[in-house]
Design a protein around this ligand. Structure first.
Ligand code: GTP
Length: 597
């Protein structure tokens, strides 16, 4: 394809603002997908995505479009993931494009993540086409939000296009604007091949399908290629484009977007952001921006039935084939048995993984409270990286560092007070505040990641009646006054409950946990103290009083079969008990104590 006739673009939008509907309408208007084949949301393939209404994996689709100048252009729509955990994948999708459609719900206005992705697009020098969607809605306020968008990107409000992805109104005009405004790709066709991987998906039948954007040179079938980050080489078995079904092609040239299949079985061998070059004539310089995926949030995952442990291991291995960011290693907990410590990009990534394990592999799981990574400097000069609170080093600590984030909150201005209060409770530092329009405000904070990964978003939503939106990105680490709080049963620490918390919050954590456990753990033959402690110092204590448990007391004499039944029942019950020292704890108690509500 002649690069002059190619337009590579993506759609930047908040969840529910209509990205998938718009993509579907584009496919339909251009005849790529026949009406009768058209099922809603062609681009979202994973069930979980559909169910939760979020786009996790980006994909590309080629749309041939005959513009007003009668020339037929190749539009490549690169779908971008929409959630804060997947910022890096978004950045690579943007890097594969020359332009972006900024799609904003005309009844809602712009949201924090959209704004963050917009800034990322502008930093990457993408041409941005602002579009208001859902203008068919009675609640739409296109004038108001056109002003807002114009103020943010510095254009005239009349330059903001208005469409209805649902009815198709304005979509053809938008396609023409994409052709007119977004620059054609430029690259050196004679240079050694360089292509950027912007997505990589495991397929049961075909192995890993790698989505690439060619920058220079050409990639051809049967050619040997090299991954520049690892120097590993593979043969291209198949090369093609999605239109939208995979369609073989004779090669991909400058500016083209498509997929390649090399037979590798694991997405970690074909990493997002990596540069592909030709083995016999390699490029010398990688394309910029490559990063290894880095887990930020850790949690222990345990099967409720101990016998499911091997199933869980196999399931995690399978998911990892398609998820380069998922890491795990075996871990044993006195309270929960055998499980895995898993690392995730963020809380949503954790939730999705957990939901898939439960649904696709039929597992019942319990997960420990998520924690971030801490760095601990000891007085003897050694350094520890802690991903599991129960492995927090003992001894003389010189300093503890925790990861920080830069957070942006967008909200109607009448909620400023509640937002400030929440951020203050979470040890946040206000960095700045701007009005986007008369009644909408952007607030910027730095916050400890540990304070937001858990339930911050839920609190933000409930305190602003659902109106605030949040985006954040990691910004290094900061020293903090943190302590490890242990929960002890009869003097024995229960590993699953150890937590690293700020000194000012240690007491509250200790009191809450000991109270909860006192209610959840049944009485034993002896008294059981429950304590919360920092090192050797006890900060909270509850007692479970002793009781003599005699299940047979209820049976008056004779009925032997009934007695046997009761004894058997008791034995059954015992199997679900975990021993912590001499204390019997029903597994349910651990599960309820670890659950958030
Ligand atoms: P994610 O895939 O979750 O990122 O969402 P999305 O941005 O792709 O949104 P989606 O296309 O799923 O649309 C969200 C909802 O808005 C759906 O119920 C659509 O039917 C509806 N919707 C999309 N565009 C329009 C529109 O132009 N008018 C109206 N009335 N509804 C629309």
């Amino acid at each position: 394809t002649d690069p002059a006739l190619i337009r590579n673009f993506c759609i930047i939008a908040h969840i529910d603002h209509g990205k998938s509907t718009l993509a579907d309408r584009m496919l339909q208007i251009t005849g790529v997908v026949e009406d009768r084949q058209m099922r809603a949301q062609y681009l979202d393939r994973m069930d979980i995505e559909r169910e939760r209404g979020i786009t996790i994996k980006s994909q590309a689709v080629r749309i041939p479009f005959t513009a007003l100048d009668d020339k037929t252009y190749t539009l490549d729509l690169i779908d971008t993931p929409g959630h804060v955990d997947f910022t890096y994948e978004v950045s690579r999708s943007l890097a594969a494009c020359e332009g972006a459609v900024l799609l904003v719900d005309a009844a809602q206005g712009i949201e924090a993540q959209t704004l963050a992705n917009l800034y990322m697009a502008l930093e990457n020098d993408l041409t941005v086409i602002p579009v208001l969607n859902k203008i068919d809605l009675p609640a739409a306020q296109p004038e108001k939000y056109a002003e807002e968008i114009a103020g943010i990107i510095g254009c005239d409000p009349s330059d903001v296009l208005r469409v209805s992805a649902k009815t198709g109104q304005g979509v053809e005009e938008l396609l023409n604007e994409i052709v007119n405004q977004i620059p054609a790709p430029v690259g050196d066709a004679d240079a050694p091949a360089r292509a950027m991987i912007f997505d990589s998906v495991y397929d049961t039948y075909r192995g890993v399908v790698t989505y690439v954007r060619v920058i220079d040179g050409k990639l051809s079938p049967r050619e040997r290629i090299q991954m520049m980050s690892t120097r590993a080489s593979h043969e291209i078995l198949e090369i093609g484009v999605s239109s939208p079904e995979p369609t073989k092609a004779g090669g991909l040239g400058v500016g083209e977007v498509g997929y390649i299949i090399t037979g590798v079985k694991d997405v970690r061998q074909s990493k997002v952001g990596d540069t592909i070059t030709a083995l016999n004539r390699p490029a010398t310089e990688m394309l910029g921006g490559y990063q290894e995926p880095k887990p930020m949030v850790f949690s222990g995952l345990y099967p409720i039935e101990g016998t499911d442990y091997p199933v869980l291991r196999d399931a995690l291995e399978k998911l990892q084939l398609n998820d380069a960011a998922l890491v795990f290693e075996p871990e044993t907990s006195a309270a929960l048995g055998f499980g895995f410590r898993c690392g995730f990009l963020g809380l949503l990534h954790l939730e999705i993984t957990r939901a898939r394990l439960e649904r696709e592999f039929n597992l019942d799981l319990i997960s420990t409270a998520p924690n971030v990574i801490y760095r601990v400097d000891m007085e003897d000069g050694t350094e520890h990286v802690v991903t599991n609170p129960s492995e927090f080093p003992s001894g003389k600590i010189a300093a503890i560092y925790e990861p920080m984030v830069k957070a942006t909150v967008l909200s109607p201005s009448d909620h400023i007070g509640q937002i400030m209060e929440l951020c203050q409770e979470r040890r946040g530092d206000l960095q700045g505040m701007d009005y986007l329009s008369e009644d909408r405000v952007e607030m910027r904070y730095t916050l400890p990641m540990a304070e937001i990964v858990f339930d911050f978003f839920d609190h933000l939503k409930s305190r602003t009646k659902g109106y605030a939106s949040l985006d954040y990105e990691p910004t290094g680490e900061q020293q903090a006054d943190l302590v490890k709080v242990d929960i002890l049963l009869q003097g024995e620490a229960v590993d699953a409950f150890s937590a690293i918390v700020h000194k000012d919050k240690a007491y509250t954590y200790g009191v809450d946990m000991t109270k909860k456990l006192r209610e959840l753990i049944p009485r034993q033959q002896f008294e059981v103290p429950i304590q919360a402690a920092i090192g050797a110092r006890v900060i909270a204590r509850e007692n479970i009083r002793a009781i003599r448990k005699d299940v047979l007391a209820k049976c008056y004499g004779g009925d032997i079969s009934r007695k046997r039944k009761l004894l058997e029942k008791q034995k059954e019950g015992k199997k679900r008990m975990k021993m912590v020292g001499r204390v019997e704890v029903p597994q349910e108690a651990f599960i309820s104590a670890l659950s958030t509500d």
